[in-house]
Design a protein around this ligand. Sequence first.
Ligand SMILES: Cc1ncc(COP(=O)(O)O)c(C=O)c1O
Length: 477
Amino acid sequence: MEWKPNRSDKKPIYKQIADYIEQGISSGEFPPDSVLPSERALANELQVNRSTVVAAYEELQALGVVERRKGSGTRVSTDIWGLAHKRIPNWGRYVEDGSFLPNLPLVRRLRTETQKNDLINLASGELSPELFPSGQFRTILSETPFVGQLGYDHPQGSEMLRETISLQVKKYKNIDVDPASILITSGAQQALHLIVQCLLKPGDAVAIEDPSYCFSLPIFQSAGLRTFLLPVDKHGINPDDLVSLHKKHRIRMLFLNPDYQNPTGTSLSLERRKRVLELSSEFGIPIIEDDPYSLTSFNEEVHPTLKSMDTNGNVLYISSLSKIVASGLRIGWVIGPPQVIQRLADAKQQVDFGHSVFPQWVANEFLGSEHFSTHMDMLRKQLKQRRDKITSSIKELLEDQIECSIPEGGIHLWCKVRSSVNEYFLLEESMKKGVAFVPGSIFGSGKGYVRFTFGRGETDLIHEGIVRFADALRSIQ
Ligand SMILES: Cc1ncc(COP(=O)(O)O)c(C=O)c1O
């Protein structure tokens, strides 16, 4: 065999071998039912470990391209080939070549691990099931007949729900908006995606918080945007940093999560809010205000949203029910100038023919009823208790080892590990001990930070989660 794996290629060697054999099968070099070289022979031939060949053969087996039987080696499958020689698409290559980037491997791993029942989940950025208003939803579903049409909805979303949202944002966030300037989306995530796809083009420079919400990062990268970082301190981003970035890179859009920011839990100070709005007007930079958390405030203090202070129409405002009601509902919204909303709605219509009618109907019933304010009172109280619980457990068990910024709302706690540990080893060790958190570097931050989501941890398990984390930290130091 003349072919040899390329050791300087970023692609793992087992994958190169699997791809090489798959191509050989497609081209007929390895015909159906032929026996492939034994693991040992191929490993010798290619000068790699036998386990690398095993991994390559297992990959091909998972694709259904080869069959492996104990004692009779590895054969090219017959049933995928048929009688005529047909070429098999190299799905591996398609999967790698798509323009929409996959999640980081660690994010995928966390997603799998946090589905295991015995793990205390302080990682997933959502509420714990006991905080969802399940009882109230059951009442609505059993007592209220569904009224509505079952055809494709208006591309901007249900008129009734938009009406209710316009009343809610007036009441809670002092935002004046006509329902015609609201678009219902599949969570804040889809709102971000539509904005990036419809209003920006590859090469555009955008300014984002550092650290920032990790699932927005692949959206920016997939769209070919250049991202420039605005460090977040305890009062949020510093507007002066925006000035210097704009001078150098011509910033076309600014993305901010001003209240109880994910992951740091900090809020942009009033003074900085005013300054950011001034700069936005001075330079003509639109602001995307991503606000899923502001209603969770643990004290009476409510910061004015940038949108409510925006007299010039510079802010596109995004919010969602995920962090205050239920993430599985997938109800979010964007508020902005009619021409922008119509452009985004047109794209949403192309992507999914508008939002599903049932979640919109139930969200409207819930938001428009007394259930909503009863639920919010309970939620704020519960989240504050969990915040207190996690911070007191950390004080008791880890005071001299990690330092946390205490949030006044939201669901996340951001901590710096004082010693220089590798937070990926720390995560591995923690998961072995039965607790998950998110390493800070996933949010683009420097090394040695961790994010705990106290909103996701079950009340009775938060202390035990920190006990396990402390144990993991001790064992890798
Ligand atoms: C800042 C921020 N924006 C947007 C989202 C997306 O939320 P969803 O799509 O569930 O509304 C999240 C979720 O963690 C978030 O923290």
